[in-house]
Design a protein around this ligand. Structure first.
Ligand code: B16
Ligand code: MG
Length: 216
């Protein structure tokens, strides 16, 4: 096997929480009368909560204090968490679930590398809280993607070197983090177009092919 472990991004790879992030940020942006649409929301993939807020506020005219920013980020998160309660095992697609179990059966170590501080809540909603061999998330890092910290921490928890792991990402910030950390990366959605991507994933289940030694 080409790799000993696979580290998955969560939002946009294992499940889709973007619609909930969008709804929650939209509510905040509307209150502040700042323009915000789905295209802008796409730019927040893999970016931490506070950095996402900063990007949104850049489109307005007012200057906010750190205290105001904290309050806004908390309000967004409370509403986002309320929306996450709608999630269930139905939000885990059959393809993702079957692929994850097939990879596990091959003896690979599987981990999560997500910027989200809600990672455990989301994994619990979709029924995967106890599935992964490690969880590295936004609660454990100081620098968010494109810094490689979250993936380096995941590799360390798996007791593997970056060169022994494949990262799976949907965001270019995440693909860049993988590259900077010395990981190969399989990219879906926007991450497919990142310049240093190792594999462009058309279908999630194609991962099974890419981890085999003979794949070039
Ligand atoms: P939270 P990922 C990221 O998760 C999301 O893509 C990004 O939109 C979000 O701002 C970030 O988590 C922080 O999320 O507010 O829940 O801490 O793609 O790295 O799994
Ligand atoms: Mg993502």
């Amino acid at each position: 096997m080409k790799y000993k472990g696979i580290i998955f991004d969560l939002d946009g790879v294992i499940c889709s929480t973007d619609k909930y992030h969008y709804k929650a940020w939209k509510k905040i942006a509307d209150q502040l009368e700042i323009p915000f649409d789905e295209e802008m929301n796409d730019k927040l993939r893999g970016v931490s909560r506070m950095e996402s807020l900063e990007l949104i506020l850049q489109n307005g005219e007012k200057v906010y204090s750190n205290g105001d920013k904290q309050t806004l980020a908390e309000a967004k998160n409370l509403y986002y968490q309320k929306l996450l309660k709608q999630m269930s095992s139905k939000d885990l697609s059959e393809v993702v679930q079957n692929t994850l179990y097939a990879l596990k059966r091959k003896g690979l170590l599987l981990g999560i590398g997500s910027s989200s501080k809600n990672t455990k809540l989301i994994l619990e909603r979709i029924g995967l809280l106890n599935f992964f061999d490690c969880i590295s998330d936004g609660t454990m890092i100081e620098r968010s993607k494109p810094d490689p910290e979250v993936f380096l921490k995941a590799a360390k928890l798996l007791k593997l070197l970056p060169a022994e792991c494949l990262v799976v990402e949907d965001a270019s910030a995440g693909a860049e983090a993988a590259y900077k950390g010395g990981f190969d990366c399989a990219g879906i959605k926007a991450a497919r177009e990142y310049s240093h991507i190792t594999y462009q994933l058309d279908h999630f289940e194609d991962l099974i092919t890419y981890i085999e030694d003979e794949y070039e």
